[in-house]
Design a protein around this ligand. Structure first.
Ligand SMILES: C[S@@+](CC[C@H](N)C(=O)[O-])C[C@H]1O[C@@H](n2cnc3c(N)ncnc32)[C@H](O)[C@@H]1O
Length: 185
């Protein structure tokens, strides 16, 4: 369906990474999940399916066309009561949300990742995890001659996280690279 309705179906996390997200929600039992970048709702739905009783997922989307499709998928699912889709630029939504969040999944505009990390770290619960997708840019982050906007932005994000002594992180080589971040202070 996403393939037919959008030009960019590769933006979805896909089945393997979707399965990892589902496993993490199953194991962590987060009460609150925040997703940055809904697209057509696939990753929101796979996470929502595993939420514990009372668990809640907020997902942020700036593009109305994407949000309309996602809203239809969410409404047609058994998990619509656990998912809140918030339209608008995610940074503005984040500013309005107090947190804390037990699980955060960043998967929107790559040039926004540094801002999302900075704004969200204080809102990550002490035992929570922050996940950031596409951190390898299919290997291009390691090629200094590649100066595409998203690639430069992702190098900046990776450096920012690496240098931040408040966190510990690991990069999983799942699909396009998924960084798992936790607070140490
Ligand atoms: C990679 S896709 C998300 C894929 C989704 N997580 C999934 O796996 O199904 C990125 C989405 O972020 C949205 N986006 C881009 N910039 C945004 C912003 N500033 N605020 C909120 N959403 C944004 C795009 O419109 C797009 O739908």
């Amino acid at each position: 369906v996403t393939d037919a309705l959008t030009a960019r179906s590769e933006m979805m996390v896909g089945r393997i990474e979707g399965h990892l997200l589902s496993m993490l929600v199953f194991a962590l039992r987060p009460r609150t999940v925040l997703e940055i970048g809904t697209f057509t709702g696939y990753s929101a739905l796979v996470m929502a399916e595993q939420l514990p009783p009372g668990g809640h997922l907020i997902t942020c989307e700036v593009d109305d066309k994407h949000a309309d499709i996602a809203q239809r998928h969410i409404a047609a699912s058994p998990w619509s009561d656990r998912i809140e889709l918030v339209r608008g630029p995610a940074l503005e939504t984040i500013a309005r949300l107090p947190g804390p969040f037990d699980l955060i999944f960043i998967d929107a505009d790559k040039t926004g990742y540094c801002n999302y990390f900075t704004a969200l770290l204080p809102k990550l619960s002490s035992r929570g995890l922050m996940l950031a997708d596409n951190v390898l840019q299919f290997g291009a982050v390691a090629n200094d001659r590649d100066t595409g906007e998203d690639i430069v932005a992702m190098r900046r994000f990776n450096d920012l996280v690496h240098a931040d002594e408040r966190v510990e992180q690991i990069v999983l080589t799942v699909r396009d690279g998924l960084t798992v971040i936790r607070r140490v202070s």
